[in-house]
Design a protein around this ligand. Sequence first.
Ligand code: GLU
Length: 424
Amino acid sequence: MVKVNPFEDTLGRLKALAKYCKEEGVRFRPEDLDVLSSPKRTLIVNFPVKFKDGSVRIINGYRVQYNDARGPTKGGLRFHPQVDIDEVKALALWMALKTAVVDIPYGGAKGGITINPKETSAEDLEKVSREFIRQIHDFVGPDKDIPAPDVYTNPQVMAWMLDEFEKIKGVKAPGMITGKPLELGGSLGRDIATSLGGAYVLKEVADVYDIGMGASVAIQGFGNAGMNFAKIVSKWGYKVVAVSDSKGGVYDADGFDVAALVAAKEKTGSVVGIGKGRKVSNEELLLLDVDVLVPAALENQVTKENASKVRAKVVLELANGPVTHDADQVLHKNDVVVVPDILANAGGVTVSYFEWVQNLQGYYWSEEEVFARLEKKMVSAFREIHELVKRLDIDHRTAAYIIAINRIIDAEKKRGNLNQKESM
Ligand code: GLU
């Protein structure tokens, strides 16, 4: 498998934008892109934690605050054995673009801890979570940088982190983290927001590209995002024909009963436990003949090695970074529509924003209100991107990047952070 550095790959994407700078409506110059070529702040911490078996381990943690021109930085924290600084930098840059695409008043950040949560007890994860906050508490806060869940972190982890932060500061500050349990100021609808936001976008894409109800969907990854997406779209009439998790996948052209997949995952630890359909590997799932492919796991799944073999009409990136820059060109040439991560999975951070607004107001909304506002944001972001796709005859990622960078650069300019030759 080709090894792609996600941060270098994204810098390549930014460089490729320079050729659109002369187009009408593109408000940045090639030299303005320099401001996005490295993060504004990078925090690396290495701290000892005494585990319950008596051993002391040194834990590595990261928090990258990539760009804060549009507001406090925002983005999740992941627990994963392969987390490294280049991955976190890429994820933080994508967050800055994502918050700009859906036009919420944030910059972008991301964090991670190099740990395998599947091999760590809840007690030890709590210690690690709390110690991480002791390490970074001066760098985060409701008006500075606001973490949230990501791969293998959840509302319980957010609760431990909030509790530790509030103890250190001696105040209640629910807006310092989002994706919290409802009891601590979480928002209704946040748990399924990433998936629902992606589903709203899929509905728009299906309209534009004539993908009918009953279309087939393959989903790679059955965590929070993939599982809830399967539940939502199957209820809407799509046919979920393939799913996978880290242990493998299953395919059945007639479609699966999603409730049975959820039950199998709970009972046996994997969707494969459903005992129905044909077994497929995670790699095979990407190449199935389906209408919609939804990578909902990790980065670098569709690369230049397998892109030409993708048969889906639409690739909806519920994961961050599943398709590389090289692969994008191949898919575009083959008329595969890629709905980029910074739009497709922006429902999560959008409802995180609603959660933070509710925390600051101390006034909480109904689930109906959250979903109505989410739908409005997702639909208008898609339509704006799609307009630009048609006008410049470009792919959706390029259009989304242009719109996001326009907004970030406008903010940088107003702050006086960029060289400006033109008069005001
Ligand atoms: N981790 C999610 C993402 O990648 C959510 C971030 C947030 O809610 O701040 O978009």
